[in-house]
Design a protein around this ligand. Structure first.
Ligand code: NAD
Length: 355
């Protein structure tokens, strides 16, 4: 029998090839007159394009966004917002850049129009993160949720193959965990399954043909749905493991999600049969965990923790950290099984059938 509470804030989305051109209209709609554009140093040129488009509505460009939002960078960007008397921000980039806009919004209440260029999904969430003294603190606040989002798939054409695939796997992880979350709803399940289907179609094509318009459009659309799934449900073992390992051992975000996801699915296989059935069917695979592993393998991305910088000697400490705080997960967290999961992930083995 169905029982659920579905509560989804309305977030305006402008989607389509070339839709970045709508940025000035979106600024006017929100009554924003002095927007600070944000980017990473690598995407400064994209930031400059946005500044040009905004014309007199642009207050300036801060091209200093850095992974995991170090507090020092947040402070620089907040000071820049004040100095330029910005009344809003335009983060144009991946989760890192959206994260910087959120850090500004958290303290200064500045609204943002997000222009995501990866598949991380942060633009749809009220989740923020800030890193201080080597520790990433995350939280939720409605203050940080963007006021509008522009998805222009042409901005993703230049995303390197490896980032395209790992970023897609990061989004798939949101979908997978939303399907077995305790607060999942029928609408979230529809979003998650359609997102998985679209990614499964698009990622192999993107790798061969990075500027394939249909595939890029499919993947960007899928990332939108995955972002909503992340925002609306409680994440389980997979996200907690990635958060813990990423923070403690300084491992790259999207790659870590890619390596862990098939093994986290294998861990939960028997405890969440309906979610696994939906994931497998959406992937067109017999088994959810194996289907995720095969998709990653076909995409030519790292499959092992050893390849992305984890040391074998740290695995036991990783287990200590992962069992420390409780979190919702269909299967209870069992120390020995978790260690087997991490061993499999460390060596890049196919997901086990007997975890
Ligand atoms: P990223 O934003 O760190 O981008 C990685 C690199 O790729 C950067 O140098 C960036 O400038 C570049 N890049 C981005 N898009 C590009 C494009 N289209 N073409 C060429 N280069 C491009 O990577 P990410 O995986 O999107 O974000 C990771 C961060 O986002 C992590 O800190 C993670 O914790 C956070 N995140 C937050 C949420 C949330 O809801 N708060 C959700 C997902 C991820």
């Amino acid at each position: 029998m169905r029982a659920f509470i579905h509560d989804q804030p309305v977030l305006r989305v402008v989607f389509g090839d070339g839709s970045l051109a709508e940025l000035p209209k979106e600024a006017d709609r929100l009554g924003l007159k002095r927007l600070l554009v944000l980017s990473t140093p690598e995407q400064q040129a994209t930031g400059e394009t946005a500044v040009k488009l905004l014309g007199p509505r642009a207050a300036g460009l801060c091209a200093q966004a850095r992974m995991h939002v170090p507090i020092e960078i947040a402070q620089i960007a907040r000071a820049e917002s004040k100095r330029l008397q910005a009344d809003g921000t335009v983060p144009i980039g991946g989760g890192t850049t959206t994260g910087l806009a959120k850090a500004i919004a958290l303290e200064l209440d500045l609204p943002s129009i997000a222009v995501p260029t990866t598949y991380a999904g942060s633009e749809m969430t009220s989740i923020y993160g800030l890193t201080q003294d080597g520790e990433k603190r995350t939280g939720r606040s409605e203050k940080v949720r963007p006021k509008a989002v522009i998805y222009d798939p042409t901005l993703t054409y230049g995303m390197p193959a490896r980032l395209s695939a790992t970023s897609g796997m990061n989004a798939l992880a949101h979908c997978v965990e939303s399907l077995y979350a305790p607060d999942t709803t029928p609408i979230i399940q529809l979003y998650a399954c359609d997102s998985i289907r679209a990614f499964a179609r698009a990622l192999p094509v993107i790798l061969k043909e990075p500027t394939n318009a249909a595939a890029r459009s499919d993947a960007h659309y899928a990332s939108w749905l995955a972002g909503i799934a992340l925002d609306r449900t409680q994440m389980g073992l997979h996200h907690k493991l990635c958060h813990t390992l990423g923070g403690a051992f300084d491992l790259p975000h999207a790659e870590l999600h890619t390596v862990i996801l098939p093994h986290a699915a294998a861990y939960n296989r028997a405890a969440a049969p309906e979610a696994m059935r939906l994931i497998a069917a959406s992937l067109g695979a017999e088994d959810a965990a194996r289907g995720l592993y095969d998709l990653a393998k076909r995409s030519g991305v790292p499959l092992s923790l050893s390849e992305i910088g984890m040391k074998e000697a740290d695995l036991e400490h990783a287990v200590d950290l992962a069992v420390k705080t409780p979190y919702p997960n269909p299967r209870p967290i069992e120390r020995a099984a978790l260690r087997r999961l991490l061993d499999d992930a460390y060596h890049g083995k196919p997901p086990s059938t007997g975890l």
